[in-house]
Write a protein that binds this ligand. Structure first.
Ligand code: FES
Length: 69
């Protein structure tokens, strides 16, 4: 199982590839598609998925590895 998770600048985490999405209790969450956007701004109404609210609240986050700065 290989997945690629990409943090988008000022946006969600995009997950591509083979993955399973589960709750903290281990219950499966149906992603409904092969590529999903996971909210990292904390304001989505459809968590864990992104609903675009990050744009409204002008969420800021790097799209790279901030440990390297
Ligand atoms: S990252 Fe898009 S709504 Fe939170």
């Amino acid at each position: 199982m290989t997945s690629i998770i990409t943090p988008y600048e000022d946006g969600p985490l995009i997950v591509r590839g083979d993955f399973e999405l589960r709750t903290a209790d281990g219950e499966p969450i149906d992603p409904s598609r092969g590529t999903v956007a996971l909210c990292r701004c904390g304001k989505s109404a459809i968590k864990p998925f992104c609903d675009g609210t990050h744009k409204t609240i002008q969420f800021k986050a790097p799209g790279d590895d901030s440990r390297r700065r």
